[in-house]
Write a protein that binds this ligand. Structure first.
Ligand code: G6Q
Length: 546
């Protein structure tokens, strides 16, 4: 496939952009009472409203033509058929197999994968049931009360986010902890909260070699053995999730207590695999299956729906519209749902590690902008912090608003206030406030003359700032599964348009290599090697006596 900017439709999109850039969303809404109906879709209990986007009736057909010219339907088939679309690592990309609830046959290198997938799910179910029913006991016979997942990146962000998101479905007798940071502070404060006799550690690492995870795992192991005074205790307090059986057994974990996954599951796409073990322990297997069901429903939609109706395709293409035509470098996730507080971090990895690339599938430098700088946070808190820039700054930052229509915590007016704020912010970003409106308001407040004119420019909101509203009835496992799968596929759609491989992550390697070189120098085991003056100066500062 050629570079996206060489596709015939690209020029048409540029010409269309020049027209749309002149239009204000205020006017587009005023001119079309059906705009919301035409530009929103339901998916089960999820409502996706993309009417507040800077699009006309001509925009989506052009963007969909872009997807066709980029061969999106063919790429979807390749992905779902297990072809090695992660060409730089020679791997298939089959997180969809992990939630293939219809058991449609899927093969990797001629091997059916579903029997293995289902066997691991069964292993997870049995183990989680034992923990939840108090059948699996610690070394001294106590029930497990604290579960500590030790992992980082894809082996942390997904399970942590889902356990938080679905807390109302969780077992209230279990306390879930997630240790990721190699900063000793993290493991220290988690261990301080745990009773060694009733703590289970899940060491989650695809490779079982990750420096941060292995360092934390060894610290946890040493703590447990010291506290319980017996090496044999490790067997009842440590399990592993990995693709590396040799590494697991070397660590001292019986491979019977290892939950397997495969090289065709990318780290940031792995919460659906055994990496989801903390989710299964906390929520129970039935809820995990509902999560998989929700994702599978979205997978089937993505695989079969025409592009015009295809939610991940529409959302992915809208992202491309802003990044490549409006020059918007950044996008923001605004969460009006406290349970989803870790979603922005999760999506940040999903998007930025997948599409933060500048070399295309042909080994050439890409000529257009690729993945956005994705960030975000709790919307209501953000209003009192960073929204100023969204409303009146110089950058165009398209936003995603997420909110549940109903709360599991119906306390007084809390939820109505939360929703009112979400709705108001999306509206404010879109309509803005004209100079005439601002003037009228100031006059009403009694201002006039020079005082009014001086203040007036600060009171104007340009508006025309686009957003997607992703509202759901309630945050159930099913809804969450669909939502996450939708984002995964959206990222894939964009990778296809840009002709990049969304499934490798070579950009994380260089720092790791250099850290391995610096570590013995920092510890004084080797003199500081060849570094730039800045790095040498910083090493010297760290080595100076305390
Ligand atoms: C995700 C990345 C990365 C990975 C971590 C942890 O796609 O590959 O975030 O998940 O580096 O790796 P391990 O699971 O091998 O410890």
């Amino acid at each position: 496939m050629s570079a996206p900017s060489n596709l015939p439709v690209w020029q048409a999109l540029q010409a269309h952009y020049a027209e749309v850039a002149q239009l204000h969303l205020r006017e587009l809404f005023a001119a079309d009472p059906d705009r919301f109906t035409r530009f929103s879709r339901y998916f089960g209990d999820l409502l996706v409203d993309f009417s507040k986007h800077r699009i006309t009736d001509d925009t989506l057909p052009l963007l969909i033509e872009l997807a066709r010219q980029a061969q999106l339907p063919e790429w979807i088939d390749r992905a779902f058929n297990g072809e090695m679309i992660n060409h730089t690592e020679q791997r298939s990309v089959l997180h969809i197999a992990l939630r293939n609830r219809s058991n449609r046959p899927i093969q990797v290198k001629g091997q059916e994968v579903m029997p293995e997938v289902n066997a691991v799910l069964e292993h997870m179910r049995k183990f989680a049931d034992q923990i939840r029913r108090g059948k699996w006991r610690g070394h001294t016979g106590k029930r497990i009360r604290d579960v500590v997942n030790i992992g980082i990146g894809g082996s942390d962000l997904g399970p942590k986010m889902v356990c938080q998101a679905l807390e109302p479905f969780g077992d209230p007798t279990l306390r879930m902890h997630f240790v990721s940071n190699v900063d000793g502070a993290h493991i220290s404060y988690v261990l301080a909260e745990c009773d060694p006799e009733s703590t289970l550690f899940i060491i989650a690492s695809k490779t079982f070699t990750t420096q941060e995870t292995m360092t934390n795992a060894h610290t946890a192991r040493a703590w447990l053995v010291k506290e319980l005074g017996d090496e044999a205790a490790v067997a009842r307090h440590f399990v592993a999730v990995s693709t590396n059986a040799a590494g697991v057994s070397q660590f001292g974990i019986d491979t019977a207590n290892m939950f397997e996954f495969w090289d065709w599951v990318g780290g940031r796409y792995s919460l659906w695999s055994a990496i989801g073990l903390p989710i299964v322990v906390y929520l129970g297997m039935d809820h995990f299956i509902e999560l998989l069901d929700g994702a599978h429903a979205m997978d089937e939609h993505f695989r079969t729906a025409p592009l015009e109706e295809n939610l991940p395709a529409i959302l992915g293409l809208l992202g491309v519209w802003y990044i490549d035509f409006f020059g918007a470098a950044s996008q923001v996730t605004l969460v009006y749902d406290d349970y989803l507080r870790s979603l922005p971090d999760y999506l940040q990895q999903l998007d930025m590690e997948s599409n933060g690339k500048s070399i295309d599938r042909a080994g050439q430098a890409v000529k257009v902008n690729t993945g956005p700088i994705l960030w975000g946070g709790l919307g209501n808190n953000g209003q009192h912090a960073f929204y100023q820039l969204l409303h009146q700054g110089t950058h165009l930052v398209p936003s995603d608003f997420l909110a549940p229509a109903h709360s599991p915590n119906p306390i007084g007016d809390h939820h109505a206030i939360l929703l009112a704020n979400a709705l108001a912010q999306a509206e404010a970003l879109m309509v803005g406030k004209t100079e005439a409106q601002a003037r009228a308001e100031l006059e009403k407040q009694g201002l006039s003359g020079e005082a009014l004119e001086k203040l007036l420019p600060y009171k104007v909101f340009p508006g025309n700032r686009p957003s997607t509203s992703l509202f759901y009835r309630r945050l159930t496992p099913q809804v969450l599964g669909s939502l996450l799968a939708m984002y995964e596929h959206k990222v894939f759609v964009q990778g296809v348009v840009w002709n990049i491989n969304s499934f490798d992550q070579w950009g994380v390697e260089l720092g790791k290599q250099l850290a391995n070189a610096i570590l013995p120098e920092l510890k004084g085991e080797r003199p500081a090697g060849e570094h730039d003056a800045s790095t040498l100066g910083l090493i010297a500062f760290c080595q100076a006596p305390d």
